[in-house]
Design a protein around this ligand. Sequence first.
Ligand SMILES: Nc1ncnc2c1ncn2[C@@H]1O[C@H](COP(=O)(O)OP(=O)(O)OP(=O)(O)O)[C@@H](O)[C@H]1O
Ligand SMILES: [Zn+2]
Ligand SMILES: [Zn+2]
Length: 804
Amino acid sequence: MTQIAEVIVDVPTMQTNTPYSYEIPPALVDQLQPGMRVVVPFGNGSRKVQGFVWQVKPDAKPDPDVVLKTIDTVMDPAPIVNAELMQLSDWLAHTTYAFTITCLQTMLPNALKAKYQKWVSPTEQLAANIRQQLFGDQSELLWDDSLSTDTVKQLLALNRQHLITVRYEVSNQSKVKKMMMIKPAMTVSELTAARSSLRKTAVKQATLLDYLIDHRDTISQPDLEHQLKLSSSSLKTGEANGWLTRKAVEVYRDPFQTAVVKTKPLKLNPDQNKAVSAICSATDHEQSETFLLEGVTGSGKTEVYLQAMANALSQGKQALMLVPEISLTPQIVGRVRGRFGKQVAVLHSGLSSGERFDEWRRIQRGEAQVVVGARSAVFAPLTHLGVIIVDEEHEGSYKQEDNPRYHARDVALWRGRYHHCPVVLGSATPSLESRARAEKNVYTRLLLPNRVNHQALPQVTIVDMTEELRHHKESNFSGVLLQALQTRLERGEQSLLMLNRRGYSSFVMCRDCGFVLQCPNCDISLTLHMDTKTMKCHYCGHEEPIPHVCPNCHGHHIRYYGTGTQKVEQELTELLPTARVIRMDVDTTRRKGAHERLLKRFGDHQADILLGTQMIAKGLDFPDVTLVGVLNADTALGLPDFRASERTFQLLTQVSGRAGRASKPGQVFIQTYNPDHYAIQLAKTQNYEQFFGREMQLRHRGNYPPYYFAVKLTVSDVEERKAAEAMVKIVRQLKTILSPQAIILGPTPGAIARVNKRYYYQLVIKYKRESQLDSALFKILGQAQKQSRGGLQIAIDRNPMSFM
Ligand SMILES: Nc1ncnc2c1ncn2[C@@H]1O[C@H](COP(=O)(O)OP(=O)(O)OP(=O)(O)O)[C@@H](O)[C@H]1O
Ligand SMILES: [Zn+2]
Ligand SMILES: [Zn+2]
């Protein structure tokens, strides 16, 4: 009887969703379980790849004509992907047109992703001098980035002549952090005896013995070294003399840089109470109900989340809370930790790979009952979920833009069904999709119509900038906004200023000939970065010095265009010299923890004005902020995107909501060149319901989501002709299976036709019901795989965030 394992293998160029069968070697019989990683041979030759055991067949009757390969080794003592997540990966692969292996890897922390090492060794036939030159005395050579191009060239040639052999090795990246712990190994009297027999000059040893006599507890080696100012050699001597023992213990890296204050549940107001009861009841009755918690800014949604989570914990269950790009909202994390303390694990991109791995292991071992994190935290291996929260559910960052192109909200809903627990989607400005589902009673709507403090929503003034320009000189600040800032300075209150950077960037133009510096690899202009004094491409990373002479006409009238945050900051300090300003943008928050430090400084009143990009629009809760200014409301409105109005409305409502959250009333100024646009007008009253009604009409008229589903298909190639041809073929293929109700937009060149030397063509299909679409798209994907060696790439995006 043979045991067979079905394995999902990790072979990037030949992906398939079908597992391969492998024979289980005698040593591993009855040991392997689904969800363990294994190393298996693949293809001809000595290639070794990583795979996930998908299924174990204990008494398979293999086809006698097929010779099965045998599993090499197992990489994990226990499954690292549990049954739920295996099932989820299968569902993800099918709904996002991705490969199961990609889905499995997306769920795991980076530290667990396979890394392959290539080793070369000489054959008997290799000439001795070349062998000496390449390998020296070593029998193998690691083939990695450190080799010179010449060496690589030489190795490739030798490989073609079969003079060397290449071996692939799978290396495990996960590093468990260990720390040496020190403990006295003798009684006090023994140590005292040792102390008295020391030579006078042995000062360090005396210090160590004195410590061991007084302290009988375990202490970490770094702490002890620091405390006694000793080196590790002194401690080793102590160990050799039998005074102490040293033992390496596994420790977790602590990702938290600051301590938090413990908080108690607040007394809920009636609306909050109603919401909490509804969610708790679903948790208690194990119902997989979806709630849309629609609460105006400052209405206390977070407190609702916290109490619903506490209820799940009290039942021995766990809670998962998703927040958009968590590094951007340290305040929220602080609140969750303040309530639940050490039970909280945090997962986000700001953590080092080691920290992330440790947090993940704490969750997997059942040591953390609450998980807070950004998009990918939705895959946290919690096993007894009692409630799932998706905060700011309308946020675009929940959608992953690479394979697998999943939306964390959809994954959350899947897990809610699996665990029979409620999912709470919270927002002041829900996505149209979610709000429409609530309208149809697919989701249960919970309302928090008022601010907690019974303050009115802040008073919003729309400032027409074309009018401003007519009366004043060109400036980023209108007269009324400047006056309001001045008043805040006098009163000792704080202000937020937001510069909307979407759809626009700072660039360099020649005033004589109009030349704009372009990226050599992409069809896009380079962006000016003052901090590094360079021009950068935001798509491919290309970087070059700022030109002082026009590369086209050699003129000297180069001008910087666009109002970057740095330029605004400069103008601000000229206009209000006494104001203390903190600038928050990609440049000032690049360093780890910088975000948190800047916000803390602002919270501690070390500044009067927080000037920033979109990253200051959400989630901030500072009681002394009474003024919010939006410098340019409409940069995103001009984008040819069906979500442009929705995004603008959401952003303006969110940022307005930062003002007047405590006892003092708030005031907002929105500067715009489109004062009559409905998204701006409705943001003035922050009337979400009215915006929803209006926008739904437009979506209905234009056959846009949520009335239609959409799939975006993108094809790219280094040769423009090939990309275009492939697209034409795909369109022809799709037309044969689509019903007349389906609408095809395109194909068109991508919004940026060329990125990183590749040409893009895209196509959007809008549809209501197309039974054959999925299988047709999978077929297209499969065909593209076969052509991928030629350079063709294809991406399929279901429910794309934009059509651009
Ligand atoms: N029941 C309550 N009693 C007293 N204070 C409360 C209560 N609920 C919430 N708060 C306080 O009100 C403030 C606003 O609440 P919170 O930040 O949760 O609002 P929110 O709805 O999440 O807002 P936003 O969507 O604008 O981020 C917080 O400082 C919070 O501590
Ligand atoms: Zn580029
Ligand atoms: Zn010029």
